[in-house]
Design a protein around this ligand. Structure first.
Ligand code: CP
Length: 316
């Protein structure tokens, strides 16, 4: 028993690479089941018993709307209590110089069941996991990874495109600083015959560690600055904003914009995704096009996070 509990205590969510296709499908089946249950007025109250008496801490050192609220909502729909620290960089003892390791050691003394952590430093979630006695869910670590976002992105691709293999996926925008794009690449590489076309301004190209990873796996990829041409053959377009908070000189870079003209170039059954928030790289004039799936994508996040919470607790 003690051994089982030990294993479950270490079901952290740290990076996309940790998920294999079988576990991904289990999570997706459960997410869909949870969505159907929540949307059924005869059944949704039962959800609140599933994790009653459990406690979630959400500790966010960086701003967030979707990840923070959807994790809190996911926990509460399942019956958990949630204690949140937003703007932890300013309002937690990090402002006095406390390390993430000490903060996590202390938080674990208060008996949470899971800790959801967003941090400005790459690798912070992994550092937290090393000292935590409960599962850590990485809600974004600097320019590193955002695995729960990548899982909801992949879930949306399955729902909208009907498959996870044999896809031509264009990933565009700020690939140098965007952790969601990095995490999604790792997941796409787990399914056969996918091809990735990276498109970005020259100074915002995908980091070479990801390119080396794709080469090692023998996965098809290419890089181009001609995004309009790239859009034409795409089954899935994954667009990202310029992360101006992460580097100086962002204001001088011309964003790659998808508007009505660019949508006309795309296939009739293409899927347009964006992790959000968007700034001006997708214009609002395309929001009502059926191919624009980014708001449905954000909605999917809560169900994927419900399934992930259950998995970290050993219940899935
Ligand atoms: N996609 C995403 O992580 O959004 P938030 O920063 O609002 O959580």
């Amino acid at each position: 028993m003690a051994r089982v509990e030990q294993t479950i205590a270490h079901r952290h969510v740290l990076a996309s690479q940790q998920f294999d296709p079988r576990l991904i499908q289990r999570l997706f089946v459960r997410a869909e089941e949870l969505q159907l249950t929540l949307d059924d007025p005869r059944k949704h109250q039962k959800l609140g018993n599933l994790l009653a008496g459990r406690l979630m801490f959400t500790i966010f050192y960086e701003p967030s709307t979707r990840t923070r609220i959807s994790f809190a909502a996911a926990g509460q729909h399942l019956g958990m209590q949630v204690i949140a620290t937003e703007n932890a960089r300013e309002f937690s003892s990090a402002a006095k110089g406390e390390t993430i390791e000490d903060t996590i050691r202390v938080l674990c003394q208060y008996r949470p069941d899971v800790i959801v952590l967003r941090h400005h430093e790459t690798g912070a979630a992994e550092r937290a996991a090393k000292v935590s006695t409960v599962p850590i869910l990485n809600a974004g670590d600097g320019t590193g990874q955002h695995p729960t976002q990548a899982l909801l992105d992949l879930y949306t691709i399955q729902q909208e495109a009907g498959r996870l293999d044999n896809l031509k996926v264009v990933i565009g925008g700020d690939l140098a600083h965007g952790r969601t794009a990095r995490s999604l690449v790792y997941l796409l590489a787990k399914f056969p015959s996918n091809e990735i076309i990276f498109t970005s301004p020259e100074s915002l190209k995908m980091n070479r560690d990801i390119i080396r990873y794709l080469k090692r796996r023998g996965m098809s990829y290419s890089e181009t600055a001609d995004y309009r041409t790239a859009l034409k053959d795409a089954d899935v377009v994954y667009w990202t904003r310029i992360q101006k908070e992460r580097f100086e000189g962002a204001g001088t870079i011309e964003p790659f914009v998808i508007g009505a003209g660019e949508l006309k170039l795309m296939k009739k059954d293409a899927v347009l995704l964006h992790p959000l928030p968007r700034v001006d790289e997708i214009t609002t004039e395309v929001d009502n096009d059926p191919r624009s799936a980014y708001f449905r994508q954000a909605g999917n996040g809560m169900f994927i996070r419900m399934a992930l919470i259950e998995w970290t607790l050993g219940l899935l």
